[in-house]
Write a protein that binds this ligand. Structure first.
Ligand SMILES: Cc1ncc(COP(=O)(O)O)c(C=O)c1O
Length: 414
């Protein structure tokens, strides 16, 4: 037994975990310089014959993801707003969304002039609970926003069946899971539209950006128009059919994404293999486990790697005392987004913004999702994906957890 680092012992990982993100090389430099020198920095005004670099990337991403079309935009949040509007969500429509996600999933619903309805998660997967979805459906429900939280695919068999039965649209928030697969199909190719983020921490990045994926050409054309000042895809530059945003992505970022995309399959394969390894090894240690392993999930890309902490198996030591002790060993664990979304001031006090939209919202201060609250309070431990690029990081994590277990009586609780 060695002394715990939190009590003055030698840390398991004195330099922390090896993580480098984003990844780039001479190809990325050359791509950015090429756009710089071309003088074409914006996607508007390109000849229809040759298309822009953004249009080129849209084709590449759609093909990679198994979609017919994709529309690139300036953020994942913009992608979600567009996706909702393009599938036909209208003012006052209810959209069901999990309570466990990043704020953008729900704020996009508000920004699309609709009403977020929060539902609980399945504690085995941390994903939207299909039973809770079904229970939340009213005659105003028009869509389900599935979030593949942390890159773990939600139960799309049940979600798609419920949507079909109740004639609801399915928008997939894929911001955290580029390349994750459900029964061999990539997320974002399962529902009516998918929305991805390319913000810097995401599995595919250009710093800030996003994309909407779809198979219906009408959804593609609506996304294009809402992201491009209400223009039509084939129309004249100064003919505008709807008042709309400028959500466009710059040519620099379109070109950079094309280069970054060439590395993505290899990166996902490494993360997937290392994630499987870690899950198998964690299964041998009491008191911590990976999320449920579901054979229908054929690939996991990861944004977060979640550990489920079971305080009862650690003599009641609270999760945050475990995190502190592990942090001292050089393994920093977060708690992802810290609390269910509806506990944020944006929802506990809608008085500051609700008038803008002129529709009625539920009293979110009365919402309770017991599993979401319990998981954030006592259970969830999250690592961001970058550590999964190196097998030795997994070994360090396992060694540190084993050390804590061997010294369980020495973990300071306060
Ligand atoms: C689940 C989820 N949805 C949406 C977004 C929004 O993406 P962006 O930050 O690119 O607007 C994020 C990004 O952080 C996210 O994690």
């Amino acid at each position: 037994m060695s002394q715990l680092a939190i009590n003055g012992g030698q840390p398991v990982a004195p330099k922390g975990l090896r993580c480098k993100w984003p990844v780039f090389d001479v190809q990325d430099r050359a791509a950015l310089l090429e756009v710089l020198e071309s003088g074409h920095w914006c996607s508007v005004g390109w000849s229809k014959t040759f298309g822009s670099r953004v249009a080129q990337f849209e084709q590449e991403f759609a093909a990679w993801n198994g979609n017919a079309y994709a529309v690139a935009v300036n953020s994942g949040t913009s992608a979600l707003v567009l996706a909702l509007r393009a599938v036909g969500i209208k003012a006052g429509d209810e959209v069901i969304v999990p309570a466990v996600t990043f704020v953008a999933s729900a704020s996009a619903i508000v920004l699309a002039n609709a009403v977020p309805i929060f539902v609980d998660i399945d504690p085995e997967t941390y994903q939207i609970d299909p039973d809770a979805v079904e229970a939340a459906i009213t005659d105003r429900t028009r869509a389900i926003m599935v979030v593949h939280y942390g890159g773990y695919p939600a139960d799309m068999d049940r979600i798609l069946a419920i949507a079909k039965r109740h004639k609801l649209k399915v928008v997939e928030d894929c911001a955290e899971g580029h390349g994750s697969e459900w029964r061999g199909t990539k997320i974002g190719a399962l529902g009516d539209a998918g929305a991805f983020s390319f913000q810097m921490g995401k599995p595919l990045t250009c710093g800030e950006g996003g994309i909407v994926t779809m198979n219906d050409v009408r959804v593609r054309d609506a996304c294009f128009s809402y992201a491009n000042m209400g223009r039509s895809r084939d129309g004249a530059k100064y003919v505008h059919y709807v008042p709309a945003h400028n959500f466009r992505l710059s040519e620099f970022l379109g070109k950079l994404l094309s280069v970054q995309l060439t590395r993505l399959d290899d990166q996902i394969a490494v993360r997937h293999a290392n994630g499987e390894y870690l899950a198998a090894e964690l299964a041998k240690i009491d008191g911590v486990s990976a999320l449920k392993r579901d054979p229908r999930i054929t690939k996991r890309s990861y944004y977060f790697y979640f550990l489920r902490y079971d305080a009862a198996a650690w003599n009641g030591i609270p999760r945050d005392a475990f995190r502190r002790a592990l942090g001292a060993e050089g393994i920093g664990l977060g708690t992802a987004h810290n609390q269910p979304l509806y506990l944020n001031p944006a929802f506990t006090d809608t008085g500051t913004w609700a008038d803008t939209y002129g529709i009625e919202y539920p009293d979110y201060s009365k919402v309770t999702c017991p599993e979401s609250e319990r998981v954030y309070r006592n259970e969830i431990c999250a690592l961001t994906k970058d550590f999964l690029m190196h097998r030795e990081n997994g070994d360090l994590i396992l060694a540190a957890i084993r050390k804590l277990r061997a010294n369980i009586g020495e973990i300071p609780v306060a």
